[in-house]
Design a protein around this ligand. Structure first.
Ligand SMILES: Nc1ncnc2c1ncn2[C@@H]1O[C@H](COP(=O)(O)OP(=O)(O)OP(=O)(O)O)[C@@H](O)[C@H]1O
Ligand SMILES: [Mg+2]
Length: 260
């Protein structure tokens, strides 16, 4: 097993408030790695550091051995780390298909400057981006809604759309922040299958999720954050039995594998 993402002693302060304190963990290539913890534990802040949205106050992030701590989000994306957002972020005036094509532009020679009618893609690149976008929308299960506007989709389908857009960038590591939020049990089962199929494509997954049934079913490894610190890190069966985790997060010693 090789380490794809190394998070090394990352701390992040906000005006004296400690959101992350000396967080370290390693995400191995080809695995599904979950980050869990109570609200406000620092999970999204950690994703913001890993995706280049936030600079850590101290510590390092390394991708395939390369320190990329100070790289901007667009360069982090081009390097192969894509993400969704806990609060869905889509271009409301563009179609579902166009939203996914935008995910592709980091792979285009023209870069971020021109998009679609704005002159971003040349014709060949646009044809290819369109084909990739269609394939990704099929893959996440919303291929029939290509021409809709994002606002016409349910929130659950908007989450799927964000995953399709992230996949269109051809990432090596996909960061998913609460992908199951708002889903019913059948949708969570479907998402669990989708996450497995993404991993089967060779994409490593780092996922924040409260839905314990999904985490226990899908994750190879779990890092538990509480008040900005790592309180446990290991395989699901080990983390599930950890006294600190039970006390800080799961709350119920004998029934930790419940959905939320
Ligand atoms: N930009 C910011 N400025 C100030 N404080 C922030 C900022 N971002 C996050 N925080 C604070 O850092 C702490 C951790 O927030 P974060 O969003 O990382 O938690 P989380 O574990 O993702 O929580 P949730 O489960 O609710 O999504 C919170 O107390 C939050 O208010
Ligand atoms: Mg969060």
């Amino acid at each position: 097993m090789t380490v794809l993402l190394q998070i090394d002693g990352v701390s992040r302060y906000f005006a004296g408030y400690t959101a992350l304190s000396d967080v370290s963990t390693a995400v191995e290539t080809g695995t599904i790695h979950a980050v869990i913890g109570p609200n406000g534990a620092g999970k999204t802040t950690l994703f913001n550091v890993v995706s280049g949205v936030l600079l850590p106050s101290s510590g390092q992030v390394r991708f395939a051995g390369v320190d990329y701590t100070r790289r901007k989000p667009d360069r982090v994306l081009a390097m192969g780390i894509a993400r969704n957002f806990q609060q869905v972020r889509l271009f409301r005036g563009l179609s579902v298909l166009e939203n996914v094509m935008i995910g592709r532009h980091c792979r285009m020679a023209t870069g971020a400057r021109g998009l679609l009618g704005l002159g971003i893609f040349n014709r060949a690149a646009e044809t290819q981006a369109r084909a990739t976008a269609r394939e990704m929308l099929e893959f996440v299960g919303i291929g029939a809604r290509n021409e809709r506007l994002p606002g016409e989709l349910t929130l659950v389908d908007q989450r799927r759309l964000e995953i399709a857009r992230a996949l269109a960038s051809d990432p090596r590591l996909l960061l998913l922040d609460e992908p199951a939020a708002g889903m019913n049990p059948a949708e969570v089962r479907e998402l669990t299958g989708l996450i497995g199929r993404i991993r089967d494509r060779g994409i490593t997954i780092l996922m924040v999720e409260h839905h314990m049934r999904l985490v226990m079913a899908a994750a190879d490894r779990i890092t538990v954050l509480s008040a900005g610190r790592v309180i446990a890190d290991g395989p699901p069966q080990q983390v599930q039995r950890d006294e600190l985790v039970i006390a800080a997060y799961l709350g119920k010693p004998h029934a930790p594998a419940h959905g939320r």
